[in-house]
Design a protein around this ligand. Structure first.
Ligand SMILES: Cc1ncc(COP(=O)(O)O)c(C=O)c1O
Ligand SMILES: [Zn+2]
Length: 394
């Protein structure tokens, strides 16, 4: 049973009642974060109890927001493999390299976790239509879960999003609108029209529960590593919800007594053509001004401005991590390297993450013996039209 207490603003800390639909903080416009009775959760989330639970993200039910189990809209999300990447590790000189392979989630990406949670909770709180601005994967996931819930879905994507992302949404019966612009322009349209149309806006971090789904990646990592945290996590950051979610999960697990005080170094990886978080990190800024003329083939990283920028930067700095950018051609090389060594067809976002790790190792910022996690956040299949340079004569 959920031990959800309330929502607290990540900016001004004002609390909000968790019994009604919310977007951003009514006081300051920053993201709201769910709080739970962690003392009570510690009594039931014991190793013995966890051993008997289902291998999906719903095994963490005390620290998830859905109150009535009947409202859970599930397609089998979470419980993804943590692959010991021995061949890739040997090639790059990392002895304890793991890939958290999120591409096996329903709809082929980690977005399934966040959207399963958000759609379930929206249903529980009475939403009758859902709208989302998306770079691609989130739209497909939202459309799938909304279909399963029987709630109409309205998705807004940049017109130049790779066709597989768009076709998939039609396949799930969503109302699709293609926008001449970026995800931020899609977000503006949703914000302008949602009231008149009766849509509940499930934009990442403007809706409080997608991050609760994504945080389960952090819980899973610890369980899969035998109760220990890794040393280093590399994550491809657009809106940053997964990074922020995992950081929240580590704090919660500290309170549950699952982990000690040490935290992994969190590394945000972005694209050379859209790197607002890297720039803000380098300049020591608390938040990240919009990146102009954003472009990259890794559509999930084409996010010029993120509402959770300050939370991401805080997690990166407090963990003594960093932020770095990778060029598109290098991402494709990363995809090839992951594929040829580990048999995983990764999204370009994840190719970027591998190249970022190689760069950290070269600079002596990652140690060969450390336990390192690369996130494969999505499958490469939906990007094939944009990765033709993988094709070579053999
Ligand atoms: C494959 C993939 N990786 C990473 C991201 C970025 O995720 P986040 O917005 O949680 O930072 C996205 C977002 O669309 C994505 O589709
Ligand atoms: Zn606030």
């Amino acid at each position: 049973m959920s031990l959800l207490l309330d929502l607290a603003c990540g900016g001004c800390r004002k609390t909000h009642d968790a019994g009604t639909l919310h977007n951003l903080c009514t006081e300051c416009g920053k993201p709201l974060m769910a709080r739970y009775d962690l003392k009570a959760a510690a009594r039931t989330m014991t190793p013995e109890a966890m051993a008997d639970r289902e291998p999906t993200m719903w095994r963490y039910r005390e620290v998830l927001p859905v109150v009535n189990e009947e409202n859970i809209i599930s397609l089998g999300e979470g419980g993804t493999p943590l692959v010991h990447a021995e061949r890739l590790g040997e090639r790059i000189g990392a002895e304890n390299l793991f890939i958290k392979d999120e591409s096996v989630n329903p709809t082929g990406s980690f977005k399934a976790r966040g959207l399963s949670m958000a759609v379930s909770k929206a249903k529980e709180l009475g939403a009758t239509a859902l709208a989302i601005p998306s770079a691609g994967n989130a739209a497909g996931a939202m459309a799938a879960y909304a279909a399963k819930a029987g709630i109409p879905a309205f998705v807004f994507m940049p017109a130049d999003t790779p066709s597989a992302f768009i076709t998939e949404c039609y396949g799930f019966g969503a109302h699709v609108e293609l926008v001449d612009g970026l995800i931020t322009d899609c977000g503006k349209i949703v914000a302008e029209r949602k009231e008149a149309e009766g849509w509940f806006d499930v934009s990442t971090l403007k809706e409080p529960y997608r991050v609760e789904g994504k945080k389960t990646m952090g819980y899973e990592l610890v369980e899969q590593l035998g109760g220990e945290l890794p040393d280093l996590i590399l994550y491809p950051a657009g809106g940053g919800t997964g990074l922020i979610g995992m950081w929240k999960a580590f704090a919660e697990m500290g309170e549950l007594g699952w982990v000690g005080r040490k935290r992994p170094r969190m590394v945000a990886v972005q694209a050379e053509g859209c790197q607002p978080i890297v720039r803000a990190y380098d300049q020591g800024l608390p938040d990240a001004p919009e990146w102009e003329n954003a472009h990259t083939l890794a559509s999930g990283l084409r996010v010029p401005r993120a509402v959770g920028d300050f939370l991401m930067l805080d997690a990166i700095r407090r963990s003594r991590g960093c932020a770095l950018a990778v060029a598109d051609e290098d991402m494709i090389e990363g995809v090839r390297e992951i594929g040829t060594t580990e048999g995983i067809f990764a999204a370009p976002e994840s190719g970027a993450v591998l190249m970022a790790l190689k760069s950290l190792m070269k600079q002596g910022l990652a140690d060969p013996a450390e336990r390192i996690i690369l996130f494969n956040t999505g499958s490469g299949h939906k990007y094939v039209d944009n990765m033709q340079s993988l094709i070579v004569n053999t």
